[in-house]
Design a binder for this molecule. Structure first.
Ligand code: CYC
Length: 161
């Protein structure tokens, strides 16, 4: 996993340089937004189950997908879907804290499209659920932190698309 600090310091170290210019500005921005990130992670962590519940309610619950023949039927598949959404939320929160997408690439997106396609998990409703998750998270953490989380949830959406 990478994070903003290592991704700025490592290249400077390789060249034996001090951190300056744009790299320093990026680091400054990262520290300035630190309190917002930590507060968002705290709020998300303490209400994850309710965020997932609302996300499912707003995107998947009242369609055919939960009925016989749908990919969220029976309960075993419904539970797998809730679990996947929980993974997405948790890893997007890690990435938001690090301000770096690499953990999403490594732990979530690597091989996921193939897994979904071989199991018949439909991509379009998964993306709809992720879109709904962005809105639900923004309601809980406020627009500034919500926008920041949006970057990482969007990264999952792009990786699945
Ligand atoms: C299944 N989701 C799976 C599987 C994996 C993941 C590996 C197959 C194995 C299993 O069932 O546990 C995903 N596993 C992950 C991820 C990680 C991991 C991301 C990283 C931490 O370790 N079906 C829908 C919804 C959607 C859904 C739209 C929820 C958004 O219709 C999800 N994923 C879903 C379902 C299954 C699944 C239903 C079970 C499919 C089956 O067995 O038929």
């Amino acid at each position: 996993m990478q994070d903003t600090i290592t991704s700025i310091i490592n290249p400077a170290d390789e060249k034996g340089n001090y951190i300056e210019g744009e790299a320093l500005d990026n680091l400054k921005q990262y520290f300035q937004s630190g309190a917002v990130r930590v507060k968002a992670a705290t709020l998300i962590g303490s209400s994850a189950a309710s965020i997932i519940g609302k996300t499912v309610e707003e995107s998947l619950l009242y369609g055919d997908i939960t009925l016989p023949g749908g990919n969220m039927y029976p309960t075993r598949r419904y539970a797998a879907c809730l679990r996947d959404l929980t993974y997405f939320l948790r890893y997007a929160t890690y990435a938001m804290l690090a301000a770096d997408v690499s953990i999403l690439d490594e732990r979530i997106l690597n091989g996921l499209k193939d897994t979904y396609s071989s199991l018949g998990v439909p991509i379009e409703p998964t993306i709809q659920a992720l879109q709904a998750m962005k809105d639900v998270v923004a309601e809980r953490v406020g627009s500034e932190a919500g926008q920041e989380m949006g970057i990482y949830i969007d990264h999952i959406i792009t990786g699945l698309g």
